[in-house]
Design a protein around this ligand. Structure first.
Ligand code: GUN
Length: 289
């Protein structure tokens, strides 16, 4: 068996085009463009790349992009004050505080300060609770993008066995809640899980979000399983001095066993920004009433 490749890049491009068209409709009716504010604290190189990409994509979707950069030395009070200012700014529909924050800042305290109606990352306790309770709210972008890819590939997910490997607040936990909401039977695996290969083998859907290159082996998979690889790991390339990106799943091995798999890069990664723009458009509509 050779797995089909799930083209997240193409899906994300199409979603971004649809959001751009709807954003133009919103602007025509509301007399203003949807606006997304991104807060970056410190100079983490990966975060800088992500924030730049988010700003560019926001403008390309016909939205206003507000970028706020604070030095790594900024205090928690300063970050919270900026969030409060953005909560009160009528031109701002969505607020995203790029994580991780510097060690001296309590992430929970900053996230909790975000107005739940502008929380396009879906990280505030209110939105986490809404997802857990099956209520409308904002859902974290990466897992929602994974769910879109799964529904596009499989259709109705009801009754399928799914395993989510990784229990982070950003991906693993919300992913499990979304799959449960889609009536899957969900297992959440983590570093203390016993006999992971056996649990993966029982799953029709495998979502890997652990941040360990190639950890999930192809021969662990149930033949024909759908594999969503959230990992983005930079490892040494074949030529000296080069690097390359790989996922959490051993891609070559999985190709021989899975029914379908997202590649890295070009799978889940592009979905995150596309869903962020979609959530910002939804926030603009909700705020406009
Ligand atoms: N850092 C890594 N992923 C994310 C994300 O989805 N949102 C935010 N705010 N920070 C992140």
């Amino acid at each position: 068996m050779t797995a089909e490749i799930i083209d997240g890049k193409a899906f994300a491009l199409d979603l971004r085009e649809r959001v751009a068209a709807l954003s133009a409709d919103f602007a025509a009716k509301a007399g203003r463009q949807p606006g997304l504010a991104v807060v970056l604290v410190g100079d983490d190189p990966a975060s800088q790349v992500y924030v730049r990409a988010k700003g560019k994509a926001t403008l390309a979707a016909g939205m206003l992009s507000f970028e706020h950069r604070l030095p790594a030395s900024a205090s928690e009070d300063e970050v919270r004050a900026l969030v409060e200012q953005l909560n009160a700014d009528a031109a701002v529909d969505g607020i995203l505080v790029q994580l991780p924050l510097p060690d001296h800042i309590d992430e929970h305290a900053v996230i909790t300060a975000i107005d739940a109606g502008k929380d396009v990352d879906g990280f505030t306790p209110e939105n986490v609770g809404r997802l857990a309770s099956g209520l409308d709210g904002f859902v974290p972008c990466t897992p929602l993008g994974c769910l879109m890819l799964l529904k596009d590939r499989i259709g109705d997910l009801a009754g399928l066995d799914a395993i989510v490997i990784g229990r982070s607040n950003i991906v693993g936990k919300p992913m499990a809640a979304l799959l449960l909401g889609a009536s899957c039977t969900v297992t959440i695996a983590h570093s203390k899980t016993r006999d992971l290969p056996a649990k993966v083998r029982a799953a029709d859907i495998v979502v890997a979000a652990v941040g360990r290159p190639g950890m999930i082996k192809g021969d662990w998979l149930k033949p024909g399983a759908t594999v969503i690889d959230v990992g983005i790991n930079r490892i040494a390339g074949d030529e000296p001095g080069t690097t390359r990106l790989v996922g959490d799943v051993d891609f070559a091995g999985a190709m021989a066993h899975a029914g379908a798999i997202t590649p890295v890069p070009g799978g889940v990664g592009p979905m995150t920004i596309a869903v962020l723009l979609r959530n910002t458009l939804v926030a603009a509509h909700r705020r406009a009433g």
